[in-house]
Write a protein of this length. Structure first.
Length: 91
């Protein structure tokens, strides 16, 4: 039974689809991290800004980044579910 698990892991590593999925997952996580950092920076700038025009601009950029993050997080959850489904099918 232990050998079978090791063989399954080896198949996962060698599988091109699995590799592509893992790369997509990793790159998506990196992008989401950068967006989170940018969002936090914009929040700080927004709280420090006195100019109304600048506040409006920062606020709109913040909304766009928030929507992008939400979309990315949704996609990340879907990828996780797909990975779990594939794991269950193999067992």
């Amino acid at each position: 039974m232990r050998i079978q698990n090791l063989l399954d892991k080896l198949k996962d590593i060698l599988s091109a689809d699995r590799q592509a999925q893992l790369e997509r997952y990793k790159s998506l996580k990196k992008v989401l991290k950068k967006l989170r950092m940018e969002k936090n920076g914009l929040k700080e700038q927004l709280s420090d800004t006195i100019d109304a025009e600048k506040q409006q601009e920062l606020s709109s950029r913040l909304k766009v980044i928030s929507m992008q993050r939400k979309k990315g997080l949704k996609l990340l959850k879907e990828l996780k579910k797909e990975r779990k489904r594939e794991t269950r099918k193999k067992k």
